[in-house]
Design a protein around this ligand. Structure first.
Ligand code: FEO
Length: 390
């Protein structure tokens, strides 16, 4: 397998995983890549590795450029196994290589692997290594998206090796952003942000402020395409996401037992449509929670519906609710609704948990006994007017 040159002397030596469909619970319909990069200068430097089963693919691409004993530095920007899985093998084979990583990542790598015998050099923000004509400067970006996350900046080439930031779970035909339809890339980038980076918006905002003045010409993340033609666009998208901007749309997410909550969900959809608000309508019986999160990211209004089942949510809603709360979406106008038989405390409890996310909840939880009547739907519509007035 061959390396792909991204600039003279700088190569993509990662691996493609077109058939992966689950990434710790995130549905990856378009596969993924584990991007590693090789800089060949007076010194040879590998930036990140790949998921363990793809190590041979990475080694083969490196060997297409240099023998492994020519590698002087291996940079580990982040300890998560999709980028560090190849480290044990390459640290064994690249006998002259020094591992360059942050103190935090070094500690985390020790918890994942037997690092005895590894030659490690710890670096902190602002420190750099010279490769000859080029250098790499390191910036720790804690919680984007692990505490150990770091990026590497090559000022001479204006390339940012951004690790998980700006990535997408997408397995493109080529490797560059102009080789895959733009809509596909940005859709997957939004999904990635919503499912991976979302809880760390404040930290990502700070990282973004540090990156923008560098004016990178290339951003090389550790998943998906290498950005070379749409760098300003992806920085702008991140700029909106970290500020919790929305597109003014409504999102309805629900499950139902005997279709009563479906009736309420459809009534909520009609409410928004009648007022010209674009609506996304997601049944938890058919839509995957990681896809729904992309709509959570862009929505202004979010209505969550579940019937009461043994004083609790439907299991599908319980799973989604837990997942979504963990990702900490902010600046939403929310509503909870659903049918019940004899106990309706649940909807109020859900409402309180959404308030704890600092959502605005102007409509009291809408609980309807058994099957909704027209009068009850009219009352729900009337109550929902308060959402639009926010
Ligand atoms: Fe792609 Fe946080 O690993």
């Amino acid at each position: 397998m061959k390396a792909i040159e991204i600039k003279p002397g700088i190569y993509w030596v990662g691996a493609k995983d077109p058939t992966v469909r689950d990434f710790h619970g995130y549905k990856t319909q378009r596969g993924s890549t584990y991007n590693a990069f090789l800089i060949v200068d007076e010194k040879v430097c590998l930036v990140d590795t790949v998921k363990a089963p793809f190590t041979d693919e990475m080694l083969s691409r490196i060997r297409s450029i240099v023998p492994l004993d020519r590698i002087d530095y291996i940079v580990a920007n982040h300890a998560e196994m999709d980028h560090s899985g190849g480290l044990p093998e390459i640290m064994k084979l690249a006998k002259n290589a020094k591992l360059v990583t942050s103190p935090n990542c070094d500690a985390n790598l020790k918890k994942h692997y037997n690092t005895n015998g590894w030659n490690v050099s710890q670096v902190r923000t602002g420190q750099n290594i010279s490769l000859g004509k080029r250098s790499l400067t390191f910036v720790q970006v804690p919680f984007v998206h692990w505490p150990d996350s770091m990026v590497a900046w090559c000022a001479e080439e204006k390339i940012l090796f951004s690790n998980d930031a700006f990535g997408q779970h997408l397995c493109p035909n080529g490797i560059f952003d102009d080789e895959t339809p733009r809509d596909v890339i940005f859709e997957e980038c939004a999904k990635y942000y919503a499912n991976i980076v979302y809880p760390f918006a404040n930290q990502t905002d700070k990282a973004l402020e540090a990156v923008k003045p560098l004016s990178p010409e290339i951003i090389a993340p550790s998943h998906g395409v290498v950005w070379r033609t749409m760098v300003p666009q992806i920085l702008a998208e991140y700029g909106k996401w970290v500020k919790h901007e929305n597109d003014g749309s409504a999102l309805i997410v629900f499950d139902s037992m005997w279709e009563s909550t479906t009736k309420m969900a459809k009534a909520a959809r009609d409410f928004f449509e009648d007022r010209g608000v674009p609506v996304r309508f997601c049944s938890l019986k058919t839509d995957h929670i990681s896809d729904i999160m992309t709509s959570v990211l862009s929505a202004k209004y979010i209505a969550l519906g579940t019937p009461v089942l043994n004083e609790n949510m439907m299991p599908t809603m319980a799973g989604f609710f837990t997942y979504m709360r963990g990702l900490k979406p902010r600046a939403k106008i929310g509503m909870v609704f659903g049918s019940y038989g004899w106990n309706f405390r649940l909807h109020k409890e859900m409402e309180e948990q959404l308030k704890a996310l600092e959502w605005s909840m102007p409509v009291p939880a809408q609980s309807i006994k058994y099957v909704p009547t027209e009068v009850e739907i009219d009352a729900m519509h009337a109550a929902m007017e308060a959402m639009l007035q926010k």
